[in-house]
Write a protein that binds this ligand. Structure first.
Ligand code: TRP
Length: 350
């Protein structure tokens, strides 16, 4: 593990303590790209944690990053459905729309306007070095849009427009949080040296064990190896029955030698709130079929209330749009005030 990653994890543990001590002093900005329904990797990796933090009393803003979804896609026709789907996933997972601000890039013009001054604070070579963007460009294979290249600067605007000081993320997003910190620092140095205007946000890394896809590769919306939050119990069973395992009859937790079996054990373990070794012990000589049954039952039971709520709200498109309209209006107010202050500080208020 790299030293930056170790440092980030150590800092996250400290931050967790600070949040517990004084949740009201934190404002979280987090977001997802509307590129399809959220899956169990999102749920156990971040959604559940967002809900927990909100219940502790941390202020929560959730961005549906529609201008990030067009970095590598030709047609945005899927966006309205995917955006509504995300709102339904959030509400189903337990995010309280009465307190959280759920909003989209495209409806909050003042947020986007911050990108211009922010672009002036970073160099092209810094953008070129961003490891996450490099990977995404390599995976894309074709021409790289300028938006793809600059979206981390846009993401800094997502975080800074609302003065968020905490950003719950996975490791792939760490370079982006680092860039947001750099931009905050440089803006403060250049335009607000007496009294820093933007706080330097910190990354909060989740502690949930990483879940792989059902084929043993990274779980991904577009890889066909994920179980969506909204899937039915029968679909879940069928998907898990088709998961890759190995030929050894006795089930043991051995992530290095038996990654696929261990992944199913981890999934069951999270749902049952037991160590994976104990789940393995329980399955014993039952083989892969018994393991899959245990994992599917545990997951279906765990997700049942979430899925029931999702089915309820997903049909109420008017309500989903209302939640979004309220969030957009609130985000707009916050962004307008920030932009006003930024103009003041930059001597561009005439
Ligand atoms: N880049 C994030 C992703 O792909 C989504 C995102 C956009 C985000 N803006 C953000 C995450 C701000 C955290 C903070 O998942």
């Amino acid at each position: 593990m790299s030293s930056t990653l170790i440092a980030a994890e150590r800092r996250s543990a400290d931050l967790e303590g600070a949040v517990l001590a004084d949740p009201a002093s934190f404002r979280i900005l987090t977001g997802d790209r509307p590129t399809g329904p959220l899956h169990i990797g999102h749920y156990f990796g971040t959604l559940e944690n967002r809900v927990r933090l909100q219940r502790l009393g941390v202020e929560l803003l959730v961005l549906i990053a529609d201008y990030q979804a067009i970095t590598d896609r030709d047609s945005p026709a899927h966006l309205p459905g995917d955006v509504e789907g995300l709102v339904a996933d959030y509400l189903a997972a337990g995010i309280d729309p009465g307190r959280a601000v759920i909003f989209t890039h495209s409806q909050v013009a003042e947020l986007n306007q911050l990108v211009l001054p922010f672009l002036s604070l970073v160099s092209v070579s810094e953008l070129r070095r961003n490891p996450t963007v490099k990977d995404e460009i390599a995976a894309g294979g074709g021409t790289t849009s300028a938006l793809m290249f600059t979206y981390p600067v846009h993401q800094a605007a997502d975080i800074l427009f609302c003065h968020a000081n905490l950003v719950p993320v996975g490791r792939d997003q760490l370079p982006h949080v680092e860039l947001a910190r750099t931009i905050a620092r440089r803006f403060n140095d250049r335009y607000a040296s007496g009294a820093p205007y933007f706080p330097e946000p910190e990354a909060l890394m989740g502690t949930a064990p990483l879940l792989l896809g059902l084929d043993g590769r990274k779980m991904g919306k577009s890889r066909g190896n994920a179980i969506t939050l909204g899937a039915t119990a029968a679909e879940t069973e069928r998907l898990i029955r088709g998961a890759k395992t190995d030929a050894e009859r006795r089930i043991t937790y051995d992530p290095d030698r038996r990654p696929e079996v261990s992944n199913l054990l981890r999934l069951a373990a999270i749902c049952l709130d037991e160590p994976p070794e104990a789940v393995a012990e329980g399955v014993g000589d039952g083989g892969a079929a018994a393991l899959k049954r245990v994992a599917a039952d545990a997951l279906n039971e765990r997700l049942a209330p979430i899925r029931a709520r999702r089915a309820e709200v997903a049909g109420e498109r008017g309500y989903l749009r209302e939640v979004l309209a309220e969030g957009n209006a609130r985000a707009h107010e916050i962004a307008a005030e920030t932009l006003r202050n930024v103009k003041e500080l930059m001597h561009t208020r005439y």
